[in-house]
Design a protein around this ligand. Sequence first.
Ligand code: ZN
Length: 232
Amino acid sequence: MLAFQLYQLQQVDSERDALEKRVAELEALLADRRALLSAEEGAQKAKAAYRAAQRALQEAEAKAQGLRDKLSRTENTLYGGSVTNPRELQALQAEVEMLKRHLEAAEDAQLEAMLALEEAEKALNAAEEHLKAVKTERNTQEARWRGEIASLQEKIERLGKRRQAIVGAIPAEALSLYEKLRSKRGGQAVALVSDGACDACGAPLPPPVLQAARSSESIAFCPTCGRILCIL
Ligand SMILES: [Zn+2]
């Protein structure tokens, strides 16, 4: 019976459509690497910030050391006995006081830079841990997705063979009608009749249509949605 053959074909096609939709979803997931890229970017930024904090600390250390050296030289001159002029001694004393204030400020800045470096190191460790976790999760997911795609493709291939066998027994004219209806009706060309109504659109079917649908000679169509009717 032709309607039933078309119904079988419809079942195979619907199943294949669903599997292909799932394959497309999985391929989109595989192609979407945003979470990974964002974690990589986060780790790179944290590393750059850590290096900048290292440089800032080195600079602060160098500055404090420079002031310490200059202070020690100035104090040596002040207390060394080579300078005896009271006005020069007063100037040296003033310079020592100034250098001590600058050194204190520079040592405060050095401490700040050390604390900032510690924070940057913590942030770097956190960003690298996060990246590692994202990569591990991604690898697990990718393996699962690829596995699922492979098994879906196997099923699709089996359905393709079944489809060929079904199609081989359907006249070309009916097949082309089926394909046209399928593309116009959201992938569903054949509707089952249940309780005297079209299962696809829900419209009740007039008795002559039901009569025609029961006959194995011809194909009957739902007067409302135009689909091929099949009574199981
Ligand atoms: Zn209908």
